[in-house]
Design a protein around this ligand. Structure first.
Ligand code: FES
Length: 132
């Protein structure tokens, strides 16, 4: 702890005290090459901190790939499909990958999606008891 304390109280303060920081912006033009080299680590560190801070607060666009629904009823705030249970028939497959062109029914598009992305999604199959 003593080493750290000495480093913070003495070494760092001596480093800052010896930095050839001019009193005005015009003074930067009068710095020698050696003075610029002395300033380089400090300017680089400050620049890096500014860059990292800006990057942390910069709004990042949401990549399209993070959205499950890429194209179905995008004008709606929420996609809801109602199906009368009497209309289900003996067997029906509902899409869960959101890639079907017959949404909400499955058209097999999940196969291509799974091949392209390594995903493993598939339909919800509703089957009447005893149906094939
Ligand atoms: S097409 Fe989406 S689950 Fe089959």
């Amino acid at each position: 702890m003593e080493v750290l304390s000495h480093f913070v109280r003495v070494s760092i303060s001596e480093y800052f005290r010896n930095l050839p920081v001019p009193d005005s912006f015009v003074g930067f033009a009068r710095l020698t090459g050696t003075e610029w080299l002395t300033l380089l680590p400090f300017v680089g560190t400050v620049s890096l901190l500014i860059y990292v801070t800006i990057q942390a607060f910069k709004a990042k666009p949401v990549p399209e790939d993070t959205k499950v629904n890429r194209k179905i009823q995008k004008e709606s705030s929420k996609v809801v499909n109602m199906v009368d249970i009497e209309d289900l028939g003996d067997k029906v497959s509902y899409c869960r990958c959101w890639r079907s062109k017959k949404f909400p029914l499955c058209d097999g598009s999940h196969t291509k999606h799974n091949e392209e992305t390594g995903d493993n999604v598939g339909p919800l199959v509703l089957k009447r008891k005893g149906a094939a």
